[in-house]
Design a protein around this ligand. Structure first.
Ligand code: NAP
Length: 296
């Protein structure tokens, strides 16, 4: 089965390429080869490649920059998804797409369910929601996996930022009033490949929107403490810095962050047999990979 993977050089795209199971021919396209906001290019390339499945790992992910770079964020996260959806529909093939916890307002106290009301508070979340709506309107066989707090050995993310700060500083403050679920890019890639295999074997899937994130929920502060503990154990940092829990107001950002980013992932488990990974084990794999790449 030939699978077109967009955004192939991002955190998730990289893992999708790396973890492709046998029997799948992957065609990975970085942003330079395929800009998904270019409708003509998407149409021509998909028609030429004739994939049997598309996985869209491309997105405008600079959450703060999106507040001042709205046009580009909407062009990629909404219009780009629409172009892919049209191209997939033309070939009668499915499109697997990734979305975010930021489509929610972040003021709940119960885990968000797929059917719950959305209410993004920033441009990034709004543009990602725009992509979800375009996909549902333009493609009959689609799957949206909403995920959160993505980390990997490749790319820029919280884990790598913390490890850098751990080397540079003796103490730091990390936000302790936002709850969420760290998710490794590798675990998302594995979930997507499981879905792709189910589709290949069964010829169909339970299409729709699903939540997928790591477990258990934690704060950024708790996540940082675990990163430092494991990073120190694997000698990526020589000392564990003092980490003070701070309130979001002490760390202002252009885009407001949700205080509550916990999603209920039971639908994916019950309908498609995919369980939530323990992010602490996923983190251990990433830290090991980083330690090995330092030695190499
Ligand atoms: N990162 C998170 O914490 C997080 C949380 C929740 C959901 N998500 C979602 O998870 C998915 C994967 O994110 P990620 O963490 O892998 O992000 P990432 O590392 O930033 O990767 C995104 C990739 O998309 C590419 N891209 C940007 N604009 C493009 C365009 N117009 N056409 C084609 N490619 C383009 C980027 O290429 P360039 O670098 O060359 O621009 C980059 O390689 C996204 O849908 C994201 O919204 C991420």
């Amino acid at each position: 089965m030939r699978v077109l993977i967009t955004g192939a050089q991002g955190q998730l795209g990289h893992e999708l390429m790396r973890l492709a199971p046998q029997g799948f021919e992957t065609v990975g396209m970085g942003s330079a080869e395929l800009d998904i906001s270019d409708a003509g290019r998407v149409a021509v390339l998909v028609a030429e490649l004739q994939p049997q499945l598309i996985i869209n790992a491309a997105a405008y992910t600079a959450v703060d920059k999106a507040e001042s770079d709205m046009e580009r964020a909407w062009a990629v996260n909404r219009d780009g998804v629409a172009h892919l959806a049209v191209a997939a529909e033309r070939l009668s093939i499915p499109l697997l797409h990734i979305s975010t916890d930021y489509v929610f307002a972040g003021d709940a106290r119960e885990p968000y369910r797929e059917c719950g009301p959305t209410g993004p508070t920033g441009v990034y979340g709004a543009s990602k929601l725009g992509g979800e709506l375009e996909l549902a309107a333009k493609c009959s066989r689609y799957m949206i996996l909403r995920t959160s707090w993505v980390f990997a050995a490749q790319g820029n993310n919280f884990v790598k930022t913390m490890l850098r700060l751990g080397r540079e500083r003796d103490q730091l403050g990390v936000v302790a009033d936002q709850q969420g679920c760290p998710t490794s890019a590798a675990s998302i890639a594995r979930a997507l490949w499981t879905l792709a295999m189910q589709y290949r074997d069964l010829g169909s899937l339970h299409w729709g929107t699903y939540h997928f994130s790591g477990t258990p929920a934690c704060t950024w502060h708790e996540f940082a403490l675990e990163i430092f503990r494991q990073g120190h154990q694997q000698e990526l940092i020589t000392k564990i810095p003092q980490v003070r829990g701070i309130d979001s107001v002490e760390y202002p950002t252009p885009a407001k962050r949700p205080a509550w980013s916990v999603m209920d992932c039971s639908k994916l488990r019950e309908q498609l047999g995919i369980s939530q990974p323990d992010w602490r084990l996923e983190l251990a794999a990433v830290i090991t990979e980083l330690a090995q790449s330092e030695v190499a």
